[in-house]
Design a protein around this ligand. Structure first.
Ligand code: ATP
Length: 266
């Protein structure tokens, strides 16, 4: 998958062009990008680079993609980590992994550290006592407070549940910028579908706008999935172009899959 690939390829060539819709969010991230690209400009003015940005919202809306694009736009190293990878049976292992991650980030700076599912380590500490998780979270806070802003390291966290996060994580100097990334509206769905059909042969029956109209409530990941399923269905029928019937079948298939996962989704 793209995520696995990003682990090996530390300098992604993903750019904002690969992220459809989300124009306001890209606008908001321009400042961070400029910080990373021109640190001296900000240093002269006595401004500090923001360390932590939190993306929150439903799954599959492009949080990982966007973080990778910020790395691509700044020629930064991209380090992917998932919160769940840090929480181990043995106390201290997670904390050590956090230390190692930041060491690597500083060594290869400028770096974007992306921590997906940050709630796995960052939920409110009073909700249940978990020594390993608490130590991991504490280490993350220590690292975020500790590095000086001469190291151009920006940490982007992602979660579906902002409300569960420990307030210590959200304080100034830590994850103090919160950006909501929701499901795409019709215009954004159209743009996402365009990105994901760019290299696919479509016949004249396919009207992307109409498909965008029919896919209300679906995420970018679902739309990418639909475009791919439509192509697979066309191949199975030995066609050389994808038609609207293939898309309709793909939509049905993806919707059926979503209903199995979550019966209340639609
Ligand atoms: P999760 O919360 O499940 O980790 P996420 O918000 O990080 O999800 P991504 O992994 O970035 O979502 O998105 C999955 C895939 O969906 C992307 O690799 C891309 O193919 C597609 N996608 C999602 N949003 C967009 C978008 N705005 N533009 C283009 N493609 C998108």
């Amino acid at each position: 998958s793209e995520k696995d690939n990003s682990r090996n390829n530390n300098k992604p060539d993903t750019s904002f062009k690969d992220v459809a819709g989300l124009e306001e969010i890209k606008e908001e991230l321009q400042e961070t990008i400029d910080f990373i690209n021109n640190p001296s400009k900000y240093k002269k003015m006595g401004a500090k680079i923001p360390k932590g940005i939190l993306f929150y919202g439903p799954p599959g809306t492009g949080k990982t993609l966007l973080a990778k694009a910020v790395a691509g736009e700044t020629c930064s190293t991209f380090l992917y980590a998932s919160g769940s990878e840090f929480v181990e049976k043995y106390v201290g292992v997670g904390a050590k992994r956090v230390r190692t991650l930041f060491e690597k980030a500083k060594k290869d700076a400028p770096t974007i550290i992306f921590i997906d599912e940050i709630d796995a380590i960052g939920t409110k500490r009073n909700m249940e006592s978990n020594n390993e998780k608490d130590q991991t979270l504490n280490q993350l806070l220590v690292e975020m407070d500790g590095f000086n802003t001469d190291d151009t390291v920006v940490i982007i966290g992602a979660t579906n549940r902002l409300d569960l996060l420990d307030e210590a994580l959200l304080r100034p100097g830590r994850f103090d910028r919160h950006i909501y990334i929701g499901n795409p509206n019709m215009k954004a769905r159209e743009q996402i579908l365009k990105v994901h059909t760019k290299n696919k042969p479509l016949d004249r029956t396919v009207n992307i706008k109409n498909i965008a109209k029919k896919t209300h409530g679906l995420s970018g990941a679902d739309l990418a999935n639909i475009a791919n399923e439509a192509a697979i269905i066309a191949v199975r029928k030995n066609k050389n172009k994808i038609s609207i019937e293939d898309f309709d079948a793909a939509i049905e298939r993806v919707l059926a899959g979503l209903e199995v996962k979550n019966p209340t989704v639609l």
